[in-house]
Ligand binder design. Structure first.
Ligand SMILES: Cc1ncc(COP(=O)(O)O)c(C=O)c1O
Length: 473
């Protein structure tokens, strides 16, 4: 049945029937990622800027990938003329994210589920939570899924479950959201930051081994912006040194390497359902995935105060549960996850084409994805060089184009981590922090809006370059 959690599901009265129907839908929709054919186009740096004469280039910071990578665009889109029809209505703004567009088509279905929950009086646990746990586990090729209150809690619980001790070291990137390292710190352990690969923005796999010491207990690869870290080599390093691997999958549900989804490689996968994520809820929520039955059991125990049976605490856990209403909203959305990822992929391809047509491909350093991976584009992050990024962003905002900087201050430069040994080897991390700019990429973004983004960026880059010339004249 195409539909699963559809109207029939909504009307089902017995929750078990409802659960089974929903699950059968998800199984049919969470197969291996598609293996589209892509090509890598290396466009010479000819910038469509009237202030530049032929052959003169602006400083471009695009570095070409170390390994063959596919561009975000398929062969069929590479034409001399625009691949897009000219008749789309022009847009005059483009928000960074409009969660309402994704949520409103599902509102009736979610309201119906919430109504069932209110009637049942079961607000913690229950069929929606169980369904979501099994669906996420299945989508990650993992045996177990354990709901929790947020992605931050998922990381903390994962580190608690592997018995991280004060003084232990955990290798992670500095170019990530704060929660990756705060979970380590909260257990009295020490984050050891490793620099990123400038193309993927993920931790540079080649630099991990040098960061391992006798104190190292685990590695946390973050699959940043929707792209898998190089998990096969990372797992090999971890096996060689007897280290645990906790995957930070907060931004990457559905991403894969060689057809294997993230969250199923390491000891534990940590997911976030924060509203901006690819599977975004109506508030906070998180999920842990694992293939290890002992870890799964421990994670469940730790997420419920270490309490089993009731009022008996064998270990000190925390209160971190995914509530039923949140799970109900996520159950309605998870069946569309592949569709959302496909739309994000199309939007990424559109940008590549539009930037190429505008002659901006290299000036803005368009992101790429590896030939062996499935990118799910939580963010479409370009780079703007020469210290122009913030000025460009401010001008885009004036033109009603939303953008965001993920992340302006790397973790090793945060005040709260000043106590850590100074690290001067995070060159790519520090460079990225001054240059990255995320553009709207969410599934419901229209082509007209994307055209508007590129048009505005084109104008702004011309202006900014003029400003720069005036300053340096
Ligand atoms: C890479 C990364 N890790 C962890 C988290 C924490 O997730 P949550 O906001 O659900 O606590 C986030 C959320 O922004 C994230 O982007």
């Amino acid at each position: 049945m195409q539909g699963g959690l559809d109207r029939e599901f909504d009307r089902a009265s017995a929750s078990d029937t409802l659960f089974i129907r929903a699950r059968s839908f998800v199984s049919s929709n969470t197969g291996l990622p598609k293996t589209d054919t892509f090509c890598y186009s290396s466009v010479p740096n000819l910038v469509g800027n009237p202030n530049l004469t032929h052959g003169e280039t602006q400083n471009v910071l695009c570095r070409y990938p170390k390994t063959p990578r596919k561009a975000t665009m398929s062969n069929s889109n590479q034409k001399n003329t625009s691949a897009f029809s000219q008749d789309t209505l022009a847009a005059t703004s483009a928000p960074l994210l409009d969660v309402g567009r994704g949520n409103s088509p599902l509102k009736a279905e979610i309201m119906e589920s919430i109504s069932q929950i209110i009637d049942s009086g079961r607000f913690i646990g229950g069929p929606f939570v169980e369904f979501l746990e099994q669906s996420v586990a299945e989508a990650c090729d993992a045996k177990f899924g354990i709901g929790c209150a947020s992605g931050s809690d998922a990381l903390l619980l994962a580190l608690m479950a592997i018995d991280l001790q004060p003084g232990d070291e955990v290798i992670c990137p500095s170019f990530t959201f704060f929660a990756t390292a705060s979970a380590i710190h909260r257990l009295g352990a020490v984050p050891v930051f490793v620099d990123i690969d400038p193309v993927s923005y993920n931790m540079d796999t080649q630099k991990i081994t040098a960061a391992i010491t006798n104190q190292t207990k685990a590695i946390i690869p973050v699959h940043l912006f929707g792209q898998c870290s190089e998990m096969e080599p990372i797992m090999a390093i971890a096996a060689e040194h007897g280290l645990r691997v906790i995957e930070d999958c907060a931004q990457s549900i559905g991403a894969a390497e060689n057809g294997k989804p993230c969250g199923g490689f390491g000891d534990i996968g940590c997911f976030s359902f924060y509203p901006t994520k690819n599977l975004g809820g109506f508030g906070d929520g998180g999920m842990l995935t694992t293939n290890d039955p002992e870890l799964a059991d421990k994670l469940r125990l730790l997420a419920n105060h270490g309490m089993r049976p009731r009022y008996h605490h064998s270990v000190v856990g925390i209160n971190s549960r995914l509530d039923a209403m949140q799970a109900a909203a996520l159950c309605a959305k998870i069946k569309h996850l592949d569709e959302y990822a496909a739309k994000r992929q199309t939007n990424a391809e559109n940008y590549v084409q539009l930037f190429a047509e505008a002659g901006l491909s290299e000036q803005v350093c368009v992101p790429t994805s590896p030939a062996n991976g499935k990118h799910v584009w939580n963010q479409f992050t370009i780079r703007i060089a020469d210290g122009q990024r913030d000025a460009v962003r401010a001008r885009l905002a004036e033109m009603q184009v939303g953008s965001e900087i993920y992340y302006p201050i790397p973790l090793h430069q945060q005040e709260c981590f000043e106590y850590l040994e100074a690290q001067n080897n995070l060159i790519e991390t520090e460079k990225a922090a001054t240059e990255v700019l995320a553009l709207p990429i969410y599934p419901e973004l229209t082509l007209a809006e994307q055209k508007y983004v590129v048009e505005c960026l084109s104008k702004v880059l011309v202006e900014t370059s003029v400003d720069l010339k005036m300053q340096t004249a």
